[in-house]
Design a protein around this ligand. Structure first.
Ligand code: WT7
Length: 593
């Protein structure tokens, strides 16, 4: 075991790290010869402009010898795994496409899916895409507030959920979602559901044909809607198109190094884009088997899955790795992972210690990569064949141009930072296939993300002399907790709904395991006094409305919150004070009474 101080800055790969020849062995050569058009032709063939993600992911493999291969291996909480072959997945998704057609769902209409990682989620997402509907998977740990808000913004026509989730989270707010015409319930115990105003998933599926002519969508047709949070305002619906599939195919090959015969495990939930792009689309495009675990993180269970399912390629997140590190190396060493070949992680900064921990404990280093809901797929990555500089996000994907810029004042041209090691904003040359095509109904917000043909990521980073990118921080106030992006505004709004709350300011407080923890500062209206019962009541209120994934874990009362002269709560100042850091530029601060 290396001690931090003894660890070299570069982790060199050994022959044993490359048991299967990686797809990308010579970065410069691959980059030089890379063309999106060539990848597009390879994936689509002479398709005359038709591109449908579900067709390419499922139907393309279902007919031939590949049809009997397992597409998904679903691991329930207990009991036997359920294997679904490519051929069966094709039939299931055909049935669901027919279900939507029978309900009158037309091309471009919105289908929301709110389920844990059960087979029906995957059937609904892929079946919806076959129908030509726009699919929006929502995280099942969201509370009624975020659910109703997103279905409202997305004008959801259909919601697929489970009976338990419906009763707990949807029933009470259904009246807030006037566009919602159909709610389809998956039974929790196998007996048909009978809730008034809803359909039973099993009954609809049984009545539908398992043959369906996939909607001949075009590359620019909208396919998926993934919500993401900003500093202010409502969550943004990032629009993704069917043509994005070309990026998922390319990154499955170059960044995740998927090979025929792989058993792939992406631990992300499809309620977040990683769980869709890499938990559903990319592995199916490559015809590999994906393991899907219905359970949440559990160190012992995860090691047993890696061992027993003979996972070869594993895509997970820094918070999970830190939790495994916390559980201690003995637990990991109780088992062996001879099948495991490539481990990769995304979503938040990956500590250099975590990269080395992988090498020490799993025998393989962790490969960090970087992307966003807006980019649709992996943009900067560490690669199987290349040495790793622990702490770095790696090199841009072949086919992606990245740079570091200083924005300067509005209207001024971007200044490209050429000196290595100088901090600036990470930008990407617009035009890769999975680039988001809009924020739903928010043209202005979308336009502001681009300048001079570059997409501005809102992340601060540095590039070193070898071209490796290093994450520095976010340029805005959004919070990353356990890999999930949380908008402070959404949390503040819910706190302000409470009759006692005058003002709320929400920050991410650094946390050694989950990265950042949601903390709220609250000032009270006249007539209310800070007290422990009131604090508990506010925590409970937020949790009920927002769900466990988004709600603050800590609430602190303040007589008043620092504000700008224009009345905006200064979260940065709250955070600086919380952390005992310099308070920075206070020129816009409203004098505090
Ligand atoms: C934000 C995007 C990753 C796709 C799904 C989440 C942060 C992402 C890294 C990384 C440091 C990272 C950035 C980015 N982030 N990957 N490897 N190192 N930070 O997408 O929820 O839209 O979040 O996650 O701040 O902007 P998302």
């Amino acid at each position: 075991m290396f001690r931090a101080a003894e660890r070299p800055p570069v982790l060199h790969k050994a022959g044993a790290d490359r048991r299967v020849a990686p797809h990308l062995s010579d970065y410069a050569a691959t980059r030089a010869s890379f063309s999106w058009d060539a990848i597009r032709r390879e994936l689509l063939g002479p398709s005359a402009g038709t591109v449908n993600i579900a067709h390419l992911a499922v139907d393309r493999h279902a007919a031939g010898a590949q049809g009997e291969r397992t597409a998904f291996r679903f691991l329930p909480a207990s009991g036997a795994a359920r294997d679904v072959s490519y051929a069966e997945l094709a039939r299931l998704t055909n049935r669901f496409a027919n279900v939507l057609a029978a309900l009158g769902v037309m091309k471009g209409e919105r289908v929301f899916v709110l389920c844990g990682r059960i087979p029906e989620l995957y059937t609904a997402v892929l079946g919806g895409l076959k129908r030509g509907a726009v699919v929006s998977p929502l995280f099942s740990a969201f509370g009624p507030g975020p659910i109703a808000m997103r279905i409202g913004i997305g004008a959801g026509k259909v919601l697929v959920t489970t009976e338990a989730l419906y009763r707990r989270k949807v029933e009470k707010v259904r009246a807030e979602m006037p566009t919602l015409e159909h709610v389809i319930l998956v039974s929790d115990d196998g007996t048909p559901t009978a809730v008034s105003g809803t359909h039973d998933f099993g009954a609809l599926m049984a009545a539908a044909s398992d043959r369906f002519n996939c909607e001949p969508t075009r590359g620019e047709d909208m396919a998926l809607l993934h919500f993401t949070s900003g500093t202010t305002g409502r969550p943004k619906g990032a629009v993704h198109v069917h043509g994005a599939v070309v990026t998922h195919y390319a990154t499955g090959r170059y960044a995740l190094d998927l090979h025929a015969g792989d058993v792939f495990w992406c631990t992300a939930d499809p309620g977040w884009i990683t769980g869709t792009s890499y938990g559903i689309v990319a592995p199916l495009l490559h015809g590999v088997t994906s393991v899907v675990d219905v359970g949440d993180f559990d160190a012992e269970r995860w090691y047993s899955i890696l061992e027993q399912q003979q996972v070869t390629v594993w895509y997970t997140a820094p918070t999970a790795i830190r939790m495994l590190m916390k559980a201690g190396p003995e637990l990991a060493r109780k088992r062996a992972y001879p099948a495991l070949r490539f481990v990769s992680s995304v979503g938040e900064p990956l500590n250099p210690e975590a990269v080395w921990w992988g090498k020490d404990v799993l025998g393989l280093p962790i490969h960090d990569n970087w992307w966003q809901t807006e980019t649709g797929g992996i943009m900067v990555s560490n690669y199987a064949a290349l040495d790793i500089k622990p702490g770095s996000m790696g090199l841009p994907l072949p086919g992606v141009d990245a740079a570091i810029v200083e924005r300067g004042p509005a209207g001024a041209p971007l200044r490209f930072v050429t000196e290595p090691g100088v901090e600036g904003e990470l930008v990407l040359k617009a035009g890769w296939p999975s680039m988001f095509r809009g924020y739903l109904n928010e043209e202005e917000r979308y336009r502001k993300c681009f300048r001079e043909g570059w997409y501005l990521t809102g992340d601060l980073a540095k590039r070193d002399a070898d071209g490796y990118y290093w994450f520095v921080g976010r340029a805005d106030d959004v919070i990353k907790s356990a890999g999930h992006l949380i908008g402070p505004f959404e949390v503040e709004s819910v706190l302000m709904e409470h009759p006692a709350v005058a003002e709320a300011g929400v920050i991410g407080k650094p946390d050694p395991v989950v990265g950042e923890m949601v903390k709220a500062f609250v000032s009270l209206k006249k007539g209310f006094e800070p007290s422990e019962p009131l604090r508990m009541e506010l925590l409970g209120h937020a949790r009920k409305r927002l769900g466990a994934a988004v709600a603050p874990k800590e609430i602190e009362f303040k007589p008043a919150l620092p504000k700008t002269r224009s009345g905006k709560v200064m979260r940065r100042l709250l955070k600086a004070r919380e952390l005992g850091l310099p308070e920075g530029d206070l020129s816009t601060l409203e004098p505090e009474s």
